[in-house]
Structure formats: structure tokens, C-alpha cells
Design a protein around this ligand. Structure first.
Ligand code: ATP
Ligand code: FE
Length: 335
């Protein structure tokens, strides 16, 4: 079974081929245009998707070394995401499925960030049900109880900003390029995580909050720059390490709580921020400290990609779970 996956929910145009659960190709076209604006500009994103989608799909098929006639089905991201971006992938997937006379499969982007763990990869094992998945990305921060591939319950989520957003907005304050997450991560590894204590929000239960941290960092920087205009420059590594330390602590606190509450020790992470070295390290330590089995995705499956869309397509194909052609993109679809 050959599945073509198409992802266009935000600012990456991606296509991938999965063959019986194994990745044959995984192509991503990053949109550089947004860097100039310090964030994703929706109108520009959908235009870039329109330019990229045909070559990206062609490349995915060519790299997989198959002919498009061999495809069994086409899986596409229905949502959540930016409407204009989703429309490009959705309409392309629909017309290609009509043209080739093969079924269409709708995929929830946030489920895909979790189910990426089911791509058959050498050296990576797949979580056992039930497991807890913490999805940490540019638009979401959730703890999900995964009872089965398509039986998921969100048991905790952010009440304001997503963790990726916290990284990107903090980075903006520090003058780092967009998206700032990877830059903060890199600089953090050379700094002192205890240099500047930032407050941890008090949020009930398993929910998160990140908007206060961003404000705390803004005031902290403004105050110190008044006394020393070079404050950021001179302390960048320590500031980044302190931000990362605070964020990782917030995430780990809730994850520990969720594991305790549910009694589940199979713990997975997914989404762009799961590329972060601090959270990866903390999760590995959790194996020793709390008896967890931790599942950390391969880097290429952390930020947006289409292999994760295609694997969901494969799992749905096995369940005969196909979409009708009148299906519409949905910017706010839930897990
Ligand atoms: P969503 O999946 O919620 O719709 P998205 O698709 O835009 O949002 P992803 O592509 O999954 O988000 O993740 C992008 C985010 O990951 C960005 O905020 C980016 O800064 C962050 N990120 C990527 N690498 C790292 C890293 N090493 N450390 C911290 N953050 C990172
Ligand atoms: Fe994503």
C-alpha cells in the first residue's frame, strides 16, 4: 500500500510517500518569505503553497522511486491550521485523487504529530496503548491520552499561548530571527540555566499558560537595558538558558502530574518543540527517575512534515476510513 501525504496547514509545503508504514520520501519546502516579517503572513503563505505544491509532490513521488499510478490513496491535512493554506492542499489532494481514481483520506494535523511515532523506523520503537502524548508546537500545547490510534482525549492544554509561540515571541524580544525556537535552544546549551529565574505560572490541573512568561521576559529585558544598553548581547546565552529551563520545567511538571493521575508511564512527545534538546533530555531522565518509557521522534518528524500525514493515511486506509469528495478544509478541527 502506497500512500501520498500532503501537508499545507501553515508555512511548510510538504509531501511524502509511505509504503506499508515505512517512509520512502519526505519532502518539505520551507517558506523563507515570512522571516522578513517575524511571523507567518497568511496571504503570502497560501500563495507560496500554490507555487510549491506541484513540484513538492512530484519530488516526493520521484524520490520514492515509484510511479503515481502505484499510489493507493491520498492523505491530506484537513486542519487545524490557516484556512488559505489548508485550501491549497485540500483542493490539490481532491483533484489528484479524482484524476487518479483513488481514495481520499482526511487527516487531523494534531493527531498526525502524535501518530508520527507509528512510522516504521529502524532504531525507533512505537508506543504501546494507552500512552500519553504531549504535543508541543507552534499553535498547540496539549497532553493527550491516546487509547488507540483514533481514540484520543485531550486531558490538558494551554489556556493562552502555545509553547512554540512562547519560544518565538521571547526570541523576538531578544532580536533573534523567526522562528526563534531553534536559536534559543542552541544558545541555551552554552548558558547558565539558573542565571535569571523567571516565574512559573500557577495553572490548575493539567492546563498550561505561557503568556505570562513572555511578558515577564519583556519587562526583565526592558528594565535591564535601561541600566545597560548591551544587556541582551552580553547575557544572551544565559537568558536563553534561563528561558529554556523555565519552559522545560513547566512542561515536565504537567507531564509528571498527568502520568501520576492516569497511572500511564508510556510517554511520547510530538510537534516542533519536541526537537528541543532540553525537553528531550528531561524526558530521557524521566525514564530513570519515574520509570517511564519515553518516545522521542526522529528530528525530521518533529516540525511540520508530510510523512506524519501519510502514516495517518496508511492507518486509516487499513480501517477503510475514507473521505467524501465534498469534504472541506476546517481551520479549527479538534483532535
Ligand atoms: P501546530 O502544529 O500547532 O499547528 P505548527 O505546525 O506551526 O503549529 P510546528 O511546525 O509543529 O508548528 O512547530 C513549529 C514550532 O516549533 C515553532 O514555534 C518553532 O520555534 C518550534 N521549534 C522548532 N525547533 C525547536 C527547538 N529546537 N526548540 C524549541 N522550539 C523549537
Ligand atoms: Fe504542526
Amino acid at each position: 500500500i502506497y500512500i501520498l501525504g500532503i501537508e499545507s496547514s501553515c508555512d511548510d509545503t510538504a509531501a511524502a510517500i509511505i509504503h506499508n508504514g515505512k517512509k520512502l520520501s519526505n519532502v518539505v519546502a520551507n517558506q523563507q518569505i515570512h522571516k522578513e516579517y517575524g511571523g507567518v503572513v497568511p496571504e503570502l503563505a497560501s500563495r507560496a503553497h500554490q507555487q510549491n505544491i506541484v513540484p513538492v509532490v512530484q519530488q516526493a513521488i520521484a524520490k520514492a522511486n515509484i510511479d503515481k499510478k502505484q499510489l493507493s490513496a491520498i492523505a491530506f491535512t484537513r486542519g487545524p491550521g490557516l484556512m488559505g493554506s489548508l485550501l491549497v492542499g485540500t483542493s490539490f489532494a481532491k483533484s489528484l485523487s479524482l484524476g487518479l481514481g483513488i481514495p481520499l483520506i482526511e487527516v487531523n494535523h494534531m493527531q498526525a504529530h502524535i501518530l508520527a511515532h507509528f512510522i516504521d523506523e529502524e532504531g525507533y520503537s512505537q508506543p504501546n496503548f494507552p500512552f500519553l502524548a504531549m504535543t508541543i508546537s507552534g499553535g498547540h500545547t496539549q497532553i493527550v491520552k491516546v487509547n488507540d490510534h483514533f481514540d484520543m482525549e485531550v486531558i490538558g492544554e494551554t489556556i493562552d499561548d502555545a509553547v512554540g509561540e512562547a519560544y518565538d515571541k521571547s526570541g523576538k524580544i531578544l532580536g533573534l530571527p523567526y522562528p526563534a525556537g531553534p536559536f534559543i535552544d542552541k544558545l541555551a546549551q552554552k548558558g547558565n540555566p539558573k542565571a535569571f529565574p523567571f516565574p512559573k505560572p500557577q495553572v490548575k490541573g493539567l492546563d498550561f499558560s505561557f503568556s505570562g512568561l513572555k511578558t515577564a521576559i519583556l519587562y526583565f529585558v526592558q528594565k535591564n537595558e535601561k541600566e545597560n544598553p548591551n544587556f541582551i548581547k552580553e547575557n544572551l546565552e544565559d537568558i536563553c538558558a534561563s528561558i529554556q529551563h523555565t519552559i522545560v520545567n513547566i512542561l515536565m511538571d504537567k507531564l509528571k502530574k498527568a502520568s501520576k493521575k492516569t497511572g500511564i508511564k508510556e510517554i511520547a512527545i510530538g510537534g516542533g518543540v519536541s526537537a528541543n534538546s532540553g525537553i528531550r533530555k528531561a524526558l530521557m531522565e524521566g525514564e530513570k527517575k519515574y520509570g517511564w518509557t519515553a518516545y522521542i521522534p526522529k528530528f525530521e518528524y518533529t516540525t511540520d512534515n508530510a510523512a506524519m500525514i501519510a502514516i495517518v493515511g496508511y492507518l486509516k486506509y487499513l480501517n477503510d476510513d475514507f473521505a467524501d469528495h465534498d469534504i472541506a478544509a476546517n481551520a479549527r478541527v479538534k483532535i
